[in-house]
Design a binder for this molecule. Structure first.
Ligand code: PLP
Length: 425
């Protein structure tokens, strides 16, 4: 089937798109000529929701006008401010409210979770990750092993793609679990692989690993706000994600953390504690006997940075206006399918999409490999930039493009393919 490669058709798709009005809820960066950029890096830094700006300014005003009383006064007092984010954040990842808290940063939360959930014992000392894990995840795991006086090299099991393949093969992972299951204490895998855009089967991985007595954690940096998930039903032990990618809450904004219901009341779990994780009714008695809140909040350390949380609240409310993550996912699949179809049809000889193409194996992001001999990919990427297209370049030859359902349009995608085609010829 051929697809109509024209601006008219793209406009028609936008006119039929129930989420098209959401774009007006965002600030879109401009090109030098004053037109909107074709922004495809929502997988790296999501654009600014107007509500995020509004809520942050409200917080600045409250601080200016109320000083310390802002902790207790106003519609959104600071003391319980993180609680205003819980319900919507839980919904986003398919969790119960008691299982979710917004706190710290992603890598900090990974460490806190591993302090509680990586407990090497007997021959069960290993941690399994993927070979191309995001460096921060790799470093965090390696340093946790060292922290437990475990030899890092022999205790890090790496799940890697087969020779000459880019994607991870689930059968290989299941084989590792079969062969080495009783030596593995914990696995930490991404929901969506950041480089290839491959979606991992969180449910089945969790099931198979837990059947071998392994604790299962997920890094959802590229999955939160992108996929529909059911962390609670899938029995995932813990998960962490950042809020500045598909969750549009601003660079370095506060991260999310999930601890399954079956663990939140377990006070025997080792943890690095702080006063914000202590029982709320006695927190301000300022005594020294730590009593963990029996929810994910029990892992909090400090009183939360409200400017960042205000931006997250703006982002979550924006997603709510759009109808929630299921609506986003519906559009996302159509929008990226449109991009896949146009690329395969118009650029099939020079661009290879390394992201898997079935719906359940990809999120927003497509990773494109330039397969034209002698073409300097980096020059081409720079030409894209000159033409108002913002993507993300990874050496040696991959362009990551994320059409996101909240603010990208079918017309954006059309122009991306048109400009890419011009750059290639
Ligand atoms: C974006 C990303 C990070 C970044 O970690 P921060 O602690 O937020 O700086 C870590 N891991 C993965 C998989 C990511 O995609």
């Amino acid at each position: 089937m051929t697809i109509d490669y024209s601006l008219d058709y793209a406009q028609k798709l936008d006119n039929q798109d129930p989420l098209a009005p959401m774009r007006a809820h965002f600030g879109i960066p401009k090109q030098i000529n004053g037109e909107d950029e074709y922004y495809f890096t929502g997988n790296s830094l999501g654009l600014q929701p107007k509500l995020a700006r509004e809520y942050v300014i409200e917080m600045l005003d409250a601080w200016q006008q109320r000083g310390v009383k802002g902790h207790f006064e106003g519609d959104y007092p600071w003391l319980p401010y993180h609680e205003f984010l819980t319900e919507q954040s839980a919904e986003l990842v398919g969790a119960l409210p008691e299982e979710v808290v917004m706190m710290n940063s992603l890598t900090a939360n990974l460490h806190l979770m591993m302090v509680s959930f990586y407990q090497p014992k007997g021959i069960r000392t290993k941690i399994l990750i993927e070979e191309h894990a995001f460096p921060s995840d790799h470093y965090a795991v390696e340093s946790q092993l060292k922290h437990h006086q475990q030899d890092a090299e022999s205790n890090m099991l790496l799940w890697q793609p087969r020779a000459d393949e880019e994607l991870l093969n689930h059968a290989d992972l299941y084989q590792i679990l079969e062969n080495h299951g009783d030596e593995i204490a914990m696995i930490l895998l991404p929901g969506v692989q950041y480089y290839t855009g491959q979606v991992l089967d969180i449910k089945t991985i969790t099931e198979k690993a837990q059947a071998k007595g392994i604790i299962v954690g997920f890094d959802l940096a590229h999955a939160a706000g992108n996929l529909v998930m059911e962390l609670h039903n899938w029995q995932v032990d813990f998960a962490c994600w950042c809020s500045y990618k598909y969750l549009n809450s601003g660079a370095g904004s506060v991260a999310g953390c999930f601890v399954h219901q079956k663990h939140v009341t377990d006070t025997s779990l080792n943890r690095f504690a702080g006063w914000w994780g202590h029982d709320k009714s006695s927190r301000f008695k300022m005594q020294n006997n730590f009593k963990a809140i029996p929810t994910a909040e029990g892992w909090q350390l400090s009183n939360p940075p409200v400017l960042s949380l205000a931006a997250i609240r703006g982002s979550l409310d924006t997603i709510k206006i759009a109808g929630g993550i299921k609506e986003l996912r519906k559009k996302s699949l159509k929008l990226s399918q449109y991009m896949i179809d146009l690329i395969n049809q118009e650029l099939g000889n020079s661009i290879r999409i390394i992201t898997p193409q079935p719906d359940n194996e990809r999120g927003c992001q497509l990773s494109l490999m330039v397969s034209v001999n002698g073409l300097d990919g980096k020059t081409m990427f720079n030409n894209l930039e000159k033409n108002g297209v913002t993507t993300d370049w990874r050496e040696p030859n991959v362009i990551r493009v994320a059409p996101v359902p909240l603010y990208n349009s079918y017309v954006d995608v059309y122009h991306f393919v048109r400009i890419l085609k011009e750059c290639l010829s």
